[in-house]
Design a protein around this ligand. Structure first.
Ligand SMILES: Nc1nc2c(ncn2[C@@H]2O[C@H](COP(=O)(O)OP(=O)(O)OP(=O)(O)O)[C@@H](O)[C@H]2O)c(=O)[nH]1
Ligand SMILES: [Mg+2]
Length: 415
């Protein structure tokens, strides 16, 4: 089992700040801040406390109001914490203003944290390239002093695992050039992947998608006996893994891939499109949802929004609600009533796997039927509707169809 590299360094203590507007329901806001806490822990930090500010409008200078900044400052001192993480995106100037008001404190936002986790969990050359592109794009507007300052001052740690200090110190033009180079490399990898996908055209391919931590890798392991990295962490999987599953006398392919999260940075989705492309080429999508999550509906929504434009609407889908064994009766009934087509499973406890395999079999049969129909359409169109003259090829005929219509066996005819 391959474990992503973790940085062995002392855990950083941090404070979280969430902001909510009256439009957002309070329980959802606390879910979001709890998720930010899990992100911070995944990045290797210790959360000492969280602040939630209800505002009508965001403050343009510091996102939160002056009074709240002072409150956060006092809390940081009391908790001996050196980092503050905002649940919402901060602009470059907001980061700089906050750093001025909170001297010696590292200021990050959710996106910065996610990028840091991605950087730490990237295993293959491809995912490292993708993360580097996303980091550089993220840094561009925040470049003026702030990031170089962070790197020197904090000497590494969360949010500073950038592509190297030298890059941070180069100007935007250089960074743009670097992004172009990286994108070219990624394009080449993607081309190779496309041709791989074409080679697998005759095997039924299931792409697994879903919110991070839903249990996609656990399910892949359960179904295929594989050993994909599973962890109670967000973004445990970044690189897509492809495994074979023996079903009904033949092999099908399962691809496990990167999970989604709310407020996933747009450029990260763009950059990871090629990894997600694995699912885009799939003949069937398996959507895994953590049925026990209080905000599972939002998970569904985030997954669908992220996949819009990547996966064709006509690709058949199977939906499973995972972690069924820890759902209470009321939740199980709710899921059954609202999503009668979905299958409730537990990858951990091996529940519902037969139903899932049956669903694969149904989709496999439908796929075969469709392919047979496609094959016969191709055959019909390739087969000539009239007998060919022995000296003539199909191409000759299609190039000169006028002549074809009047073509006759050589000989003497009455006119
Ligand atoms: N209770 C319960 N926990 C589960 C089940 N399936 C997975 N888990 C746990 O959920 C956590 C996340 O599982 P993963 O398989 O890594 O989830 P993932 O969807 O691949 O996550 P990412 O790779 O981060 O997107 C782990 O702690 C698993 O042990 C299940 O059926 N029941
Ligand atoms: Mg995973």
């Amino acid at each position: 089992m391959r474990e992503p590299a973790e940085h062995k360094q002392e855990k950083e203590r941090c404070i979280l700040v969430g902001i909510s507007t009256p439009k957002v329901r309070p329980w959802l806001v606390s879910e979001q801040i709890a998720e930010l806490g899990r992100l911070a822990e995944t990045a290797g930090a210790i959360v000492t406390r969280s602040f939630l500010q209800r505002v009508q409008n965001f403050s343009p200078a510091t996102l939160i109001g002056e009074g709240k900044v002072n409150e956060v400052k006092r809390a940081l001192e009391e908790d001996n914490a050196k980092m503050v993480v905002f649940d919402d995106d901060l602009s470059g100037s907001q980061v700089r203003n906050l750093e001025q008001r909170l001297p010696g404190i590292k200021v990050l936002d959710r996106t910065g944290l996610i990028l840091d986790i991605f950087a730490k969990h990237a295993v293959t050359a491809e995912s490292r390239l993708m993360v580097e592109v996303a980091q550089l794009q993220y840094m561009m507007p925040r470049l003026t002093g702030a990031w170089t300052h962070l790197c020197r001052q904090h000497n590494g740690g969360i949010g500073t695992k950038g592509p190297g200090e030298t890059q941070l110190e180069t100007d935007r033009r250089m960074i743009r050039k670097r992004i172009q180079e990286l994108k070219k490399k990624l394009e080449k990898i993607e081309e190779a992947r496309e041709s791989q996908a074409e080679n697998r055209n005759d095997i039924f391919h299931v792409g697994i998608v879903g919110y991070t931590n839903a249990g996609k890798s656990t399910l892949t392991n359960r179904l295929t006996g594989a050993d994909v990295y599973v962890e109670d962490k967000l973004f445990a999987t970044l690189d897509s893994t492809t495994r074979k599953l023996y079903l009904d006398g033949e092999n099908i392919i399962l691809s496990d891939t990167v999970g989604f999260i709310r407020k996933l940075p747009h450029n990260l989705i763009e950059t990871f499109k090629s990894t997600l492309g694995v699912a885009a080429h799939a003949d069937c999508i398996l959507e895994v949802v953590d049925g026990s999550a209080p905000d599972y509906r939002e998970h569904l929504e985030v997954t669908h929004k992220t996949l819009e434009g990547i996966i064709s609407k006509v690709t058949p889908r199977i939906r499973v609600f995972n972690k069924a064994e820890i759902c209470d009766e009321a939740r199980r009934t709710e899921l059954l009533q609202n999503y009668p087509e979905a299958i409730q499973v537990s990858a951990r406890e091996n529940i519902g796997m037969e139903r899932l395999r049956d669903a694969f079999k149904t989709q496999l049969a439908a796929w075969k039927k469709k392919r047979e129909a496609q094959a016969s359409i191709i055959k019909e169109n390739v087969d000539s509707p009239w007998p060919l003259h022995p000296a003539e090829s199909v191409t000759d005929r299609s190039l000169n169809s006028k002549r074809d219509e009047n073509w006759r066996e050589p000989g003497i005819y009455e006119v």
